[in-house]
Design a protein around this ligand. Structure first.
Ligand SMILES: Nc1ncnc2c1ncn2[C@@H]1O[C@H](COP(=O)(O)OP(=O)(O)OP(=O)(O)O)[C@@H](O)[C@H]1O
Ligand SMILES: [Mg+2]
Length: 429
């Protein structure tokens, strides 16, 4: 997925057109380089980059997995790993570069190699930010940067290879004969993604605003463990008394938080808005922005009017789930998405609250047998508050679930209220 051109970034489509000629040109250059005696240009420019809390190592002999040390590759190593960036190793095309699958001979490991288009200042900046961020950050729901290459004009990033591809490819670009993601997997992906965001916002020091949360940037490891990728647009902060980071507005169609689009003031709550869009994508199976849907091309605009009435819940559910989703927990997932998508940033939940709520939603595996009861449940659960669920449940187990749910959501609301005052000051500052 490309970035929104009105936000000042280049379109992926343009890049795909350019790709072929670049590839041909590169192949010629590369063949020359291989035969040149100067092909091992040292990346001195990037040696020993220091950050507030980490030093990116430059020694190939170091163990690249320990102490967040990024491995430095030569261009030749990565060209060999990807069979000279041949089509057969091509994985995908992004707004800033092309991704190839490669086998790192020396490390005996399969990896994803992203070759950046460094024709602009933006590409160079993204490269540096990505290396710095991923060298500082480490979490099970963040993609692991194995290393990089900064040789001459070449800028390449090397990541752990994610065998299940991107969430975008699993959710939107799935061939008809492939089975759609089931409800439990969708909730697992949402929960892991929220944990990644919670880590960036509340645990990383300094904290980080991700800024580019979207389905193409959620990569899936074995077992559908989600990993956030692409930190080139991420920002440290805000720090000290500052409540926002002033930036040039950048983002992707359908994801951008309204207040960020108009003011350029970036806060953690803009990431929360992006998360709301992503959660809605998981629930509905629709793209955040889809030209083919005409009037309904913006997912949020299409879904928002339906948030108010519980009767609409099944209408919002992805038809490819074929009714195999829980009644009450679908309603709660929709409610959570609507909270994240609130126009007023301070009314959106904190990432930690979202993790709590999603942990609860995914704590009990959905078994398709429940699908038969959906219509009946939805008829019953037409209250707007989670407490409404309690009054209509009769079985003990369901009652327990509802009580836990009410407690959890009650806690979330109380905490948010307490935080609202400080958030208000933050936003208005
Ligand atoms: N580590 C990885 N393992 C497996 N596949 C990957 C990996 N990194 C990227 N990809 C694949 O390559 C595609 C292109 O990735 P890239 O991040 O360059 O662009 P994008 O996310 O589609 O768009 P944008 O540049 O706007 O972020 C992804 O959609 C994904 O399918
Ligand atoms: Mg990406």
């Amino acid at each position: 997925m490309g970035h929104c051109p009105c936000f000042g970034l280049r379109k992926k489509a343009d890049k795909e057109e350019k790709l072929k000629s670049q590839q041909e040109q590169h192949n010629k250059v590369f063949d020359k380089k291989l035969n040149s005696p100067h092909n091992n240009v040292s990346p001195e420019k990037y040696s020993g980059i220091t950050t507030p809390e980490a030093t990116i190592t430059t020694k190939e002999s170091d163990n690249y997995y320990s102490n967040n040390k990024a491995h430095i590759f030569t261009f030749r190593e990565l060209a060999t790993a990807t069979k000279n960036f041949r089509d057969e190793t091509f994985i995908g095309q992004g707004g800033f570069g092309t991704v190839y699958k490669g086998k790192l001979g020396k490390l005996n490991q399969v990896a994803a190699v992203k070759r950046l288009d460094t024709s602009g200042v933006q590409g160079e900046k993204e490269f540096l930010v990505e290396v710095l961020m991923l060298s500082l950050l480490r979490h099970p729901n963040l993609v692991n940067l194995i290393g990089y290459c900064a040789e001459g004009d070449q800028r390449l990033l090397v990541y752990d290879y994610m065998p299940m591809g991107s969430l975008e490819s699993r959710l939107h670009n799935l061939p008809r004969d492939k089975e759609a993601l089931d409800w439990n997997t969708r909730m697992k992906i949402a929960t892991g993604t929220a944990k990644g965001i919670d880590y960036l916002h509340n645990k990383a020091k300094p904290s980080v605003i991700y800024r580019d949360l979207k389905s193409s940037n959620i990569l899936l490891d074995r077992g559908f463990i989600p990993k956030l990728s692409d930190f080139g647009l991420a920002k440290f902060g805000p720090t000290g008394d500052q409540s926002y980071v002033a930036t040039r507005v950048m983002g992707t169609h359908g994801y951008c938080a309204p207040e960020y689009a108009t003011s350029g003031k970036l806060t953690r709550r803009s990431d929360i808005y992006n998360f709301g869009v992503l959660l809605l994508e998981l629930i509905t199976g629709r793209k955040a922005y889809d030209e083919d849907r005409g009037h309904d091309k913006h997912l949020v605009d299409w879904a928002r009017p339906m948030f108010k009435d519980r009767k609409n819940c099944s209408r919002l559910a992805d038809p490819r789930l074929q009714g195999h989703h829980p009644g009450s927990r679908l309603t709660m997932a929709i409610e959570l998405a609507s909270m994240c998508l609130r126009e007023e940033p301070r009314q959106r939940p904190d990432a930690a609250d979202i993790v709590l709520a999603l942990d609860f939603l995914s704590s009990k595996q959905y078994v398709p047998r429940e699908a038969n009861n959906i219509d009946e449940k939805d008829k019953e659960n037409n209250n707007d508050s989670p407490k409404g669920i309690i009054t209509v449940l009769t079985k003990d187990e369901q009652r327990e679930e509802a009580v836990a749910e009410a407690k959890l959501w009650g806690k979330t609301w109380r905490e948010r209220k307490q935080n609202d005052q400080s958030s208000l000051e933050e936003i208005n500052r």
